[in-house]
Design a protein around this ligand. Structure first.
Ligand code: 2RA
Length: 341
């Protein structure tokens, strides 16, 4: 069986990765519609030997579409109702619907059983959340988690193509001794911008009243929803780093019971989608340059937190455009196709 697929946001970083993955994973599509905002409409994209013209998304774009992959951003909220009305299942990478109790929030290796509860929209979690829960789930199934302290090191590609271009330009300008311009990060619509090249920015997304950023609150709230456990204490600090691709996270976990380093390594290694890369003797641990373009989430630096009774520290790295966005969304579609949902 083949499915008519639409990609909304086809020209952006996540949209492009949808195309790479559809080809790479042989996703069974019949018709493919590439949709974007007016600004990108008319662009030509060569895909699997065929030329596609990007169409401007409208409410009428979803006729005969069965699976609508939404790359994210404000367009999701605008077009999801029309896509659902037209009979498509929307797999949405924006934050618009993630915490809606009617909308399943899915990481296919973690909570696939929730997919069937959808009413037309399935939400793809935030990238840094997906990467963290991939490492949490196999451990959580062994011992309940009391508390998590996470600090992230997030690549500029999480801020889109423009943020990647900005890092590149700034680095070139600094090396050439030219004045440096900052116009995108930490967020294009924010009132101030800071240089990211040779710098760190401890702000991803806007601040909330509680002094956490929206990105930090996503990590907290979405993890509770995905693991279906609001009792876990979670605190997060999210930081943008001058890396092009792949988010890294330092995750400190306090369990209710003992999980040894050896057990954790085995549980993580056996979990689908996770690779353990942890050989300190050989200075072997995951780094963003090496995990970029890969599908798995990599875990290293697994060690005891000796300051608490049952604690572990992990270093978790994953390509956030793949597992953190497009791959996770496509895996949801693959799961539905396989189970005829
Ligand atoms: C970021 N979490 O890295 C975002 C992308 N969804 O900015």
């Amino acid at each position: 069986k083949k499915y008519n697929v639409a990609i909304l946001g086809a020209t952006g970083a996540v949209g492009q990765e949808f195309l790479n993955l559809i080809e790479e994973r042989n996703f069974p599509f019949a018709e493919l519609k590439l949709l974007a905002s007016k600004r990108s409409a008319g662009k030509k994209i060569d895909f699997m030997g065929k030329e596609y013209i990007v169409e401007e998304a409208t409410d009428d774009s979803f006729e005969n579409v069965q699976i609508a992959l939404f790359a994210g951003g404000a367009a999701s909220k605008t077009f999801a109702p029309a896509a659902v009305k037209a009979g498509a299942v929307v797999i949405d990478n924006s934050s618009a619907f993630r915490m809606d109790p009617e909308v399943p929030l899915i990481v296919p290796e973690v909570n696939p059983e929730c997919i069937q509860d959808h009413k037309g929209i399935i939400a793809n979690p935030n990238c840094s959340t997906i990467i963290m829960v991939m490492a949490l789930k196999p451990l959580y199934d062994k011992a309940k988690i009391k508390r998590i302290v996470v600090s992230t090191y997030q690549a500029v590609s999480g801020g889109g193509k423009e943020a990647m271009a900005e890092l590149q330009q700034q680095a070139e300008d600094i090396v050439a001794n030219r004045p440096v311009k900052a116009e995108i990060l930490p967020g294009a619509s924010l009132p101030k911008h800071y240089q990211i090249a040779f710098n760190l920015i401890p702000q991803i997304d806007v601040f909330k009243d509680n002094l956490y950023t929206k990105e930090e609150m996503k990590m907290i709230n979405e993890t509770h929803k995905i693991l279906q456990d609001d009792t876990i204490g979670i605190t997060a600090t999210t930081v943008r780093v001058p890396v092009f691709r792949s988010h890294a996270e330092s995750v400190n976990i306090e369990f209710t019971d003992e999980v040894s380093v050896e057990e954790a390594k085995k549980l993580l290694a056996d979990f689908p989608g996770v690779t353990v890369q942890d050989n300190p003797d050989e200075m072997d641990y995951p780094m963003p340059l090496m995990t970029s373009g890969k599908n798995d989430v990599y875990v290293g630096r697994i060690r005891k937190d000796n300051s608490i009774e049952h604690g572990l520290n992990l270093w978790v790295v994953g390509d956030q455009i793949r597992k953190g966005a497009a791959l996770n969304a496509l895996q949801i579609a693959e799961y539905m196709v396989k189970n005829d949902q």
